[in-house]
Write a protein that binds this ligand. Structure first.
Ligand code: FEO
Length: 171
């Protein structure tokens, strides 16, 4: 059974992952609005990945006999000045999510909740990957400095991304 403090924090984190999904959905819409379909497709995969993250927390809370309590999802930003500005915002957001995961780990340790700590370790690794892939795209966007042909090349590359359910979370 989850302790009260841990349950509350995990429920809050379901909301944080749902918000991430919603934010990336807004970014997908932005990319559609400027006809960058590859960037939009990349964001769609990100939307699905964040939903999967939220569901992992949801299922974990249920599995531990806790009640899932859902709150309202905040309104995300809906416009950005450039693709570069979007990816700067994505990196900032992912760094924020990493700090939330780290806070959850700290809480699990202080509550001596080894099972939750173990559950969270998947997310610790996932955040390293997320920040690395976003940083890579951000660096490319900085290099091309808004050059149209460079932007179309990145668009074509990002369009190849397909959402696949990670093996550890399939089923
Ligand atoms: Fe679910 Fe991108 O962190």
């Amino acid at each position: 059974m989850l302790k009260k403090k841990m349950l509350k924090a995990l429920n809050e984190h379901i909301n944080a992952e749902m918000y991430s999904s919603y934010l990336y959905l807004a970014m997908e819409a932005y990319f559609h609005s400027i006809s960058l379909k590859g960037f939009a497709a990349w964001m769609r995969a990100q939307v699905q990945e964040e939903l999967k993250h939220a569901m992992k927390f949801y299922d974990y809370v249920s599995e531990r006999g806790g009640n899932v309590t859902l709150g309202g999802i905040a309104k995300p930003e809906t416009s950005w000045s450039s693709p570069l500005a979007v990816f700067e915002a994505v990196l900032k957001h992912e760094e924020h999510v990493t700090s939330l995961i780290n806070d959850l780990v700290d809480l699990a340790i202080s509550e001596k909740d080894h099972a939750t700590n173990n559950f969270l370790q998947w997310f610790v690794s996932e955040q390293v990957e997320e920040e690395a892939s976003v940083s890579e795209i951000l660096e490319k966007l900085k290099l091309i400095k808004g050059d149209t042909s460079g932007l179309f090349m990145v668009d074509a590359e990002l369009g190849k991304r397909v959402f696949t359910i990670p093996a550890s979370t399939a089923g």
